[in-house]
Design a protein around this ligand. Structure first.
Ligand code: NAD
Ligand code: MG
Length: 404
């Protein structure tokens, strides 16, 4: 294909039809993925769509895009899904095991976009097929990074990072010569409370925490951005994806979210990936990889933006950053405990049971109380995850009482 032909046909860079599975299709990442799929129906067809509880949204997507199967994780919603799909030819299924079975169906490409550690088993099921896995579900890597990366190596799967920072790093990382790379620079927007003091943050509500200045995302990751735990999770995620130690990964606050991350080489060169803050760019990169496709995102206008600024992160006001770095450096089950406690604490905050600053406190208390257990197998990880959630729940109760 010539350059001109490629320009005339958006998506024409991808030559072979691709069969896709989307885990978490009703979420923010899932919907953005389907938005791109819909614009390129000549290339992409769907094997499976899966969701947690949003059965109406799932049925609507399935009626429109006609996958082979639509799966709702909450088994109580099976009847409703089956009824909504009657006469469409789309198979309905329900339950956690059915989500994993859907991930195992033969396909060319799977988007792992379930939120939280609940995505672990379905993501592993996709990885074990040795297929291309577009990887958004960062909590899975934080709680079971060694196992996930081991299974990627065993199965020959290709992991394509979708998180905007990791996708940016992937685009400028010379994987043939990682020894030439001095450090990775992970950029962070700083979230909606970047300029607030601790006392100003103390009484922030979930609505205020979820209102991110640059990105539109699901509720959990939006709260993680406000506490900056998101950057902590991404630090650990980057360590696993690029096999880099904590000391070689720097966090840099860049409030405009235009530079999505950078890689610094030993000759002083720093390579960056830039773009408007729209997840459809990294998703399009993963959908078309190793080609490129047209994405309907605002084109970057640097004259209009005029100024890009940078600051050091402040771990006094954002203690989640140092908790995550400690977890990464000490290793073992601490990253798992950090993630599980954060999931419990964010859920309690979204239910208005604990305050904003209690989130990091619950994570810290859980990490301190977590017994030194080994967790090398999936079974051990699931047991440790359960224990961390129990401890975090108890810590949350303590803060709830303290708040009243
Ligand atoms: P979301 O809450 O909008 O969507 C989550 C999806 O997972 C939904 O489809 C939901 O139905 C499904 N789900 C939830 N619990 C489930 C369960 N127990 N079993 C099966 N399915 C379940 O979340 P999101 O913002 O789309 O984020 C998804 C993942 O991508 C997260 O790990 C997040 O950290 C990561 N990520 C998101 C963004 C973003 O811009 N939204 C950016 C980078 C990374
Ligand atoms: Mg990110």
């Amino acid at each position: 294909m010539t350059l001109d032909e490629g320009r005339k046909h958006p998506g024409a860079g991808v030559r072979e039809p691709r069969r896709l599975t989307i885990l978490g299709s009703t979420g923010s990442i899932g919907q953005s993925t389907l938005n791109l799929v819909q614009r390129n129906r000549n290339i992409y067809s769907l094997v499976a769509l899966t969701a947690g509880t949003r059965v109406k949204a799932l049925a609507e997507q399935a009626r429109l895009l006609r996958p082979e199967v639509a799966v709702i994780a909450d088994a109580r919603l099976y009847g409703e899904l089956k009824e909504a799909l009657a006469g469409t030819g789309v198979e309905a299924a329900a339950g956690d095991a059915a989500v994993c079975e859907a991930a195992r169906r033969p396909s060319d490409w799977c988007m792992a976009a379930i939120v939280g550690a609940d995505g672990l088993r379905p993501t592993l099921a996709a990885v074990e097929q040795g297929k291309v896995v577009a990887f958004a579900n960062k909590e899975t890597l934080v709680c079971a990074g060694e196992i996930v990366m081991r299974r990627v190596a065993e199965s020959g799967a290709t992991l394509l990072p979708v998180d905007s920072e990791h996708n940016a790093i992937f685009q400028v990382f010379d994987s043939e010569r990682p020894g030439d790379i001095e450090r990775i620079i992970l950029t962070a927007s700083g979230g909606p409370f970047r300029e607030l003091s601790l006392s100003e943050m103390a009484d922030k509500t979930s609505e205020q925490a979820v209102a991110h200045p640059n990105w539109s995302m699901g509720a959990k990751i939006s709260v993680d951005s406000a506490t900056m735990m998101n950057k902590g999770l991404e630090l650990i995620e980057a360590g696993h994806l690029f096999d880099f130690p904590s000391k070689a990964i720097e966090i840099l606050v860049h409030p405009q979210s235009i530079i999505h991350s950078m890689v610094a080489y030993q000759d002083g060169s720093v390579l960056a990936q830039l773009g408007s803050p729209d997840m459809r760019t990294p998703i399009a990169h993963a959908l078309a990889w190793p080609h490129r496709m047209e994405a309907p995102v605002a084109r970057l206008n640097l004259v209009e933006i005029a100024k890009l600024t940078f600051e050091n992160p402040d771990s006094k006001r954002f203690p989640a950053l140092s908790l995550a770095r400690t977890a990464m450096e000490k290793g073992g089950i601490l990253p798992l405990a950090l993630n599980a406690a954060n999931e419990v604490a964010v859920a309690a905050f979204l239910r208005r049971e604990i305050g904003f600053l209690d989130i990091a406190a619950v994570v810290e208390e859980t990490m301190e109380r977590m017994p030194e257990v080994a967790a090398d197998s999936l079974g051990e990880i699931l047991i440790a995850d359960k224990e961390a959630r129990r401890l975090a729940q108890a810590a949350s109760e303590g803060h709830r009482l303290a708040a009243q």
